[in-house]
Design a protein around this ligand. Structure first.
Ligand code: ATP
Ligand code: MG
Length: 401
């Protein structure tokens, strides 16, 4: 079924064609359309140069103009429009050294990675499919366009993309494609780690990650990904992993629990993770360990970011922890919490000073606030100024010196 976004994007094709340019829908959107799968972005390929595209539309953002790509804002939506092109070598393993604009869609399709990603569709719905992408969609196969070894040597990231598409779609790797991947997997060492982790994240999150993970281990990919091969326990885990982990946060949290000798900081440094991913992964792995010791309790739920609740459930299930946790339990505990952040406490630093006017300010205040926070969260002390004040009097701040 052609969805509304295709209808909108068709307006872009109409305008390009009205000015005698060729234009097609292309890439992942067509693959997903033919698979009746929800599509991500709708990409457009055209014979018009980026400058010509800029002239034809009011709002054009030159996101990658040197590679022929602009984003066209059209009827409130964004579409990538890329000029038909062929690519030179990728000597920085990130971008092709030069691109060369061409006039035929077939040439543009030939530079694409897999046959299933190299199908174009015109506005009437007719397909251009010179590499039998439809056959491979039917046979559920990932096959490179052209010789796999050559295509992987041009851009080794394609080897990881093969695994991630296999994980997302449940497709097998065509035997020659798999053989070339296994044979040359060390080429991925040259790729920027950010590009690697982007593909790995999608691979772990795929619906059919179990199959992709087995190939990942069999083809020895882990050896060329920083830190992974350092741990046999991790390799064993990957081999039997048969459920998706939805984000790098979940992946790193699971890894940290399975292989405690590799720290969160090491993962963050070697995989160049954002601080947010690093901190969330730490929260999650701490929560899992605490769950193992004490089970789910209010203090644990309080400390964990709300949006990590589902992740905690998923990981504890995947790691088959003794404590089974379900989302309802966490939600219930969360709703019962008397406070949800420290700002919700009925008392603050200033109040502490007025309660202990003779004491110097110092680290004891932070420690005391943390203790109050705990007592309130677990329900030992009511969250009122009076109740906290009474409880605090039993506490002995250090003497002034
Ligand atoms: P997704 O739904 O995950 O975005 P996609 O197929 O759209 O999948 P993108 O990474 O967005 O994947 O790339 C868009 C298209 O560009 C691909 O379908 C493919 O035709 C082409 N492509 C992307 N990366 C490469 C690459 N490294 N080598 C060759 N072609 C590529
Ligand atoms: Mg895409």
């Amino acid at each position: 079924m052609i969805d509304q976004r295709f209808q909108t994007a068709k307006g872009i094709l109409d305008r390009l064609e009205a000015y005698h340019h060729k234009a097609y829908f292309v890439g992942g959107a067509i693959r997903d359309l033919l698979l009746d799968r929800t599509t991500g972005d709708i990409d457009i390929a055209t014979s018009a140069s980026p400058q010509q595209v800029q002239q034809l539309f009011d709002k054009v953002i030159p996101v990658g103009i040197e590679h022929g790509t602009v984003v066209v804002r059209f009827e409130g939506e964004s579409f990538e429009v890329t000029t038909f092109r062929v690519e030179g070598a990728y000597s920085d393993y990130r971008h092709p050294d030069h691109v060369h604009f061409v006039d035929q869609i077939e040439e543009d399709l030939a530079r694409r990675d897999f046959t299933i990603n190299a199908i174009a569709m015109d506005k009437a719905g007719d397909l251009v499919d010179p590499f039998s992408g439809q056959r491979d969609l039917n046979q559920q196969m990932i096959r490179t366009v052209g010789d796999p070894e050559q295509r992987f040597s041009e851009d080794p990231l394609r080897m990881l993309r093969a695994l991630r598409f296999s994980s997302q779609l449940g497709f097998t790797l065509e035997p020659n494609t798999y053989a070339a991947l296994k044979e040359n997997i060390e080429w991925i060492e040259k790729i920027a780690i950010e590009r690697i982790t982007t593909e790995l994240e999608k691979m772990f999150a795929g619906t059919y990650s179990g199959y992709a993970m087995k190939m990942f281990v069999k083809a020895n990919v882990a050896e060329y990904v920083p830190l992974l091969a350092k741990s046999n326990r991790l390799l064993k885990f990957l081999e039997v992993l048969d459920r998706p982990l939805h984000s790098l946060t979940e992946v790193i949290a699971a890894f940290s629990v399975i292989e405690p000798s590799i720290s969160n900081e090491q993962w963050a440094k070697q995989w160049k993770l954002s601080n947010q991913t690093k901190n969330h992964a730490k929260q999650l792995s701490d929560a899992i360990q605490q769950c193992d010791k004490t089970g789910l309790d209010k203090w644990l739920v309080y400390q964990l970011d709300k949006h990590l609740h589902a992740s905690l459930v998923r990981i504890t299930q995947i790691l088959s922890r003794k404590q089974t946790i379900n989302l309802e339990n966490i939600k219930m505990l969360y709703q019962q919490l008397p406070i949800h952040t420290r700002q919700d406490l009925a008392i603050n630093g200033h109040d502490l000073i007025s309660l202990f006017p003779k004491r110097n300010k110092g680290p004891w205040m932070k420690q005391l606030l943390r203790e109050i926070e705990y007592q309130v969260v677990v329900g030992n002390v009511n969250n009122t100024k009076q109740a906290i004040g009474e409880w605090v009097k039993k506490w002995n701040p250090p003497e002034t010196n």
